[in-house]
Write a protein that binds this ligand. Structure first.
Ligand code: C2E
Ligand code: CA
Ligand code: CA
Length: 393
């Protein structure tokens, strides 16, 4: 069994040892360095999580942050400091500006629970994707148990506005907090759920968590638009519009806060039935988004027949824009087409400033991608958008 790898860099051996103990209990394979210099010499790029004390003799944590940034390190970074929160905050800013995957911070002294909570909230993706490739998809009965035992957790990835008007919007992305393998990517278990008739149940778990989370954000004073992915089979449940209507009503939300993301491939099967359901959802005020646009078949026909309000351009085109003029032309054409049809356009997979600038120039409405944020647990979303709002003012 491959456990996720966690490295602790702290000049205090007692504290580093304590962190390793907690992390081992949480299921990590740990390694500690009491000198940043030795860490830099020995580091081989293989880490899923790095816990770094920013105040150390010789080489300090800020230098380590620079070193990791130059290495394009994708590990999730947790910062610790005995200093005031201002120092920690500046180090955090530095890390995010250099595109490191900042995952949280701890002020010394901290307790077992503080650390444990932070570790449990980590998304171990994507550094260990190779490691996840090594994991066999868990069998359907295990997934069934997981769905019923609340092992599925929903992460949220922010979408940002490119036209200067602040919006708080997120896409809900499911993960499986597996008792032995750690946090599993949806690509590893969604196909199993689809093949074994578990996907409707899974979708409802995600929808309920997402809607409940939306209420928590609302109570904090943040209205969030939320998008949820729908598989083909769920679009064949004739009572889906009523069930969705009841769900949002129960939580006091508006249907227009919810977007259902549907792929073209999902529409290929039994189009008439899906069309009936999608039209009724749209009539109730839910938004419908065509997901991964450009990768499926007969895209234009689907756009014409289904009452979509949003087009989501697939990341394969978005990510190629920098190097490939044809990809840019495709993106530009999709945006023009969508706008002519009165639809909003979202680009996914935005990883660089250059790409973001290009999209803004092409009048794309919203963008989503690692440039802004990776998917994160729901309780981090409020502060993420609050900081962004301050930044934009
Ligand atoms: P998707 O709907 O295309 O979701 C976007 C995926 O792109 C997410 O992967 C997200 O983490 C990733 N991503 C976001 N920004 C970037 C970026 O800048 N660069 C790159 N390279 N990737 C980026 P994730 O979370 O692993 O989800 C994978 C797929 O699993 C989703 O693709 C979706 O098709 C499916 N999925 C996730 N949650 C659910 C769910 O609740 N129900 C269903 N039916 N499918 C789901
Ligand atoms: Ca999606
Ligand atoms: Ca996609």
């Amino acid at each position: 069994m491959n456990r996720p790898r966690l490295i602790v860099i702290d000049d205090e051996p007692d504290l580093a040892g304590f962190v390793c103990d907690v992390a081992e209990r949480a299921g990590f394979h740990t390694e500690q360095f009491n000198s940043a210099r030795i860490f830099k010499e020995k580091y081989n790029g293989r880490a899923d999580v790095i816990i770094l004390d920013i105040m150390m003799p010789e080489v300090d944590g800020i230098e380590v942050i620079r070193f990791l940034a130059e290495d394009n390190c994708e590990a999730q970074l947790i910062l610790i400091s005995g200093f005031d929160s201002g120092v920690l905050h500046s180090a955090q800013k530095l890390a995010t500006e250099q595109k490191l995957n900042y995952a949280g911070s701890l002020s010394k002294p901290f307790r077992y629970d503080d650390l444990n909570q932070l570790l449990n909230g980590l998304s171990i993706k994507p550094t260990n994707l190779t490691q996840q490739n090594a994991i066999e998809p868990p069998p359907a009965d295990e997934l069934h148990r997981a769905i019923n035992q609340d092992e599925l957790v929903v992460y949220y990835q922010p979408k940002v506005s490119l036209n200067g008007h602040f919006i708080a919007a997120v896409e809900a992305l499911v993960r499986w907090q597996h008792p032995t393998h750690g946090l599993l990517s949806p690509d590893l278990f969604i196909p199993t759920a689809e093949q074994h008739g578990l996907i409707d149940e899974l979708t409802w778990v995600v929808l309920k968590q997402a809607v409940a989370q939306c209420c928590l954000w609302r109570d904090q004073g943040l209205t969030v638009q939320i998008a949820v992915n729908m598989s083909a089979s769920t679009l064949k449940e004739l009572d889906l519009p009523e069930k969705m209507g009841d769900l949002v009503e129960k939580y006091g939300l508006k249907p227009s806060q919810i977007t259902l993301e549907v792929t073209e491939t999902a529409l290929m099967q039994e189009l008439t039935k899906s069309l009936d359901i999608l039209t009724r959802l749209r009539m109730r005020g839910f938004h419908l988004s065509i997901d991964d646009f450009g990768t499926g078949y007969s895209s234009l026909v689907q756009l014409y027949r289904v009452p979509f309000s949003v087009i989501k351009i697939d990341r394969s085109f978005v990510m190629e824009m920098e190097n490939d003029p044809e990809a840019t032309t495709i993106v530009e054409t999709i945006i023009l087409l969508g706008h002519k049809l009165n639809m909003k356009i979202v680009a996914e997979g935005v990883e660089t400033d250059l790409c973001c600038d290009k999209l803004a120039r092409l009048a794309c409405d919203q963008a989503q991608g690692y440039l802004f944020a990776r998917p994160m647990p729901g309780d981090q979303i409020f502060s993420w958008f609050s900081q962004r709002l301050l930044h934009e003012k």
